[in-house]
Design a protein around this ligand. Structure first.
Ligand code: PRP
Length: 178
């Protein structure tokens, strides 16, 4: 390991088994025959979504949306704007919004509100990690991988300045000014 390799916070094996647990639970919870659409939030959710979707034992489709925060890219201003909406018709379907990380919660709260305009049968949320201490708004994560502290995490979809997204584990890096 060289000094640029992020320290392991959550191992590849721990992620794999937790994602499979979540997939099993989701497969049970959505067994009512109504179509399930997993809506991934670009870009961070891509790897989690891919593994979660493939772990399901029920039919599902996938869609993607993209959002952008106003202001400084590393400090959430709380204002979110939609950059790309879903392509398919999700009216009357179960929507499961899939995020890599919930930090302040502003993005997920905005997305839940935005998704309602598509008139789905239901809206629930999944996130790989959540920084519980950073929450600024009350938002429910129905399927949560792991609660973590206020650390700079990368890997398994999470990036810092686009680096380390494809690490197979979740690692911790030092803040750039540390
Ligand atoms: C991250 C993450 C969420 C959002 C969470 O996205 O994927 O969408 O921040 O932050 P919040 O809870 O404070 O609103 P990011 O802007 O880093 O984009 P990316 O997924 O493309 O890396």
């Amino acid at each position: 390991m060289n000094e640029n390799t992020p320290e392991v916070l959550i191992s590849e094996e721990d992620i794999r088994s937790r994602v499979l647990q979540l997939a099993e639970q989701i497969s049970v919870d959505y067994a009512d025959g109504i179509d399930l659409v997993m809506v991934g939030v670009l870009k961070g959710s891509v790897i989690f979504l891919a593994d979660l979707a493939r772990g399901l034992s029920i039919p599902r489709t996938i869609e993607f949306i993209a959002v952008s925060s106003y202001g400084d890219s590393n400090v959430s201003s709380g204002a979110v704007r939609l950059v790309m909406d879903v392509r398919g018709n999700i009216e009357g379907k179960h929507v499961l919004i899939v995020e890599d990380i919930v930090d302040t919660g502003h993005t997920l709260k905005y997305l839940i509100g935005m998704m309602k305009s598509h008139r789905p049968a239901s809206i629930k949320t999944a996130a790989l990690v959540r920084k519980a201490d950073k929450a600024e708004v009350d938002v429910t994560v129905d399927y949560l991988g792991f609660d973590i502290g206020d650390e700079w995490v990368v890997g398994y979809g999470l990036d810092y300045a686009e680096q380390n997204r494809t690490l197979p584990y979740i690692g911790v890096i030092k803040p750039p000014d540390a």
